[in-house]
Design a protein around this ligand. Structure first.
Ligand SMILES: C[S@@+](CC[C@H](N)C(=O)[O-])C[C@H]1O[C@@H](n2cnc3c(N)ncnc32)[C@H](O)[C@@H]1O
Length: 307
């Protein structure tokens, strides 16, 4: 059974139909490409990176298939000598998580807004029992499905839905992750409360978000975009985050440093050839975004519910 009877029932159909009944003109082509990926990996390394080694491989054919799933935002992934060099070097965020000393061994995990599942694979590399990803963006769903065709893990599944429409009603998880979502919420308190509702009483919640300087009080509220991103409603300060956690009866167990995003961590590549971090910052003052706000810095929090 995958996590619980409820999750098994909600997720099983997506194993054969990863996009469910979603209407998108790209789905047919993606399904065709996925059908061409029939080689399972001989060696899989999810501990230090997400790497698969295939015994019989035409690397040029594999590259041309994977390039059709553009843009690759999260990664990198390695397939033999092929490096899928994504926009984000997501390994850097994963290293920052280690400061929290979180133990994922044998844990059931909900990763909300999982992107293409890069972190879910790294969670398995840390010994997680099973990981359920929720991700409404179908490009990410196509990439996850392609990578997992090679990895062939039965311990990770993805539902192509938002948290609010996932249909999960009863299941409680050992760990709930929300990375890069808080600032996109119109009601961040409600988002945190929703995440808390999916936690076991002795569970743990991991929040990763952009942090505004203390001078903004509780939160920076962008007038329009923030660092070229639409739909950024609140960028909380550290104080603002901690006061929400307190109001929602979430105990702060540990926290990472606040680390500025760098051109090493996010940049345009062959696998994400569109505008990236370089066009999100003021060309004359790299400490400011293009809109004149403080440039992004990111932080992790490890929380436990107080009951
Ligand atoms: C900024 S990305 C972060 C991806 C990944 N978690 C990371 O840290 O790199 C936010 C992701 O959350 C997804 N998302 C946004 N709102 C969501 C919601 N309500 N439920 C689930 N996923 C959501 C988006 O499609 C997007 O892929």
């Amino acid at each position: 059974m995958f996590i619980s009877k409820e999750i098994e029932e909600l997720s099983i159909d997506y194993l054969s139909k990863p996009f469910g009944d979603k209407k998108d003109k790209r789905v047919e082509r993606w399904l065709d490409l996925l059908n061409q990926l029939n080689t399972q990996a001989e060696i899989v390394n999810l501990k230090d990176e997400v790497r698969v080694d295939l015994s019989t491989i035409d690397i040029e054919e594999i590259e041309s298939i994977f390039l059709e799933f553009l843009p690759w935002r999260k990664g990198p992934f390695r397939i033999n000598d092929l490096l899928i060099d994504s926009e984000w070097n997501s390994d850097l965020k994963w290293k920052r998580l280690q400061a929290l000393k979180v133990n994922l061994k044998n844990k059931s995990i909900l990763d909300v807004g999982s992107g293409n599942g890069y972190y879910a694979f790294r969670m398995l590399g840390m010994g997680a029992k099973q990981v359920l990803c929720l991700e409404p963006n179908l490009v990410h769903v196509s990439q996850f499905t392609a990578i997992n065709k090679l990895v062939d893990s039965k311990k990770v599944r993805m539902i192509p839905e938002r948290l609010e429409s996932s249909g999960i009603k009863q299941t409680e998880f050992d760990c709930v992750f929300s990375m890069g979502l808080l600032y996109h919420q119109r009601n961040p308190q409600e988002h945190l409360q929703n995440l808390k509702d999916f936690l076991k009483s002795d569970g743990q919640m991991i929040i990763e978000t952009i942090i505004a300087p203390d001078s903004y009080g509780i939160a920076l509220e962008p007038v329009d975009r923030y660092a070229s991103m639409p739909n950024v409603h609140f960028v909380h300060t550290d104080l603002g985050c901690k006061s929400m956690f307190e109001d929602l009866k979430l105990d702060l167990v540990s926290e990472s440093d606040t680390v500025p995003t760098s051109h090493l961590e996010q940049r345009k590549t062959k696998w994400m050839p569109f505008k990236s971090f370089e066009s999100a910052l003021d060309q004359d003052n790299q400490s400011l975004t293009i809109e004149g706000y403080p440039a992004p810095s990111r932080k992790f929090y490890l929380l436990e519910p107080k009951f």
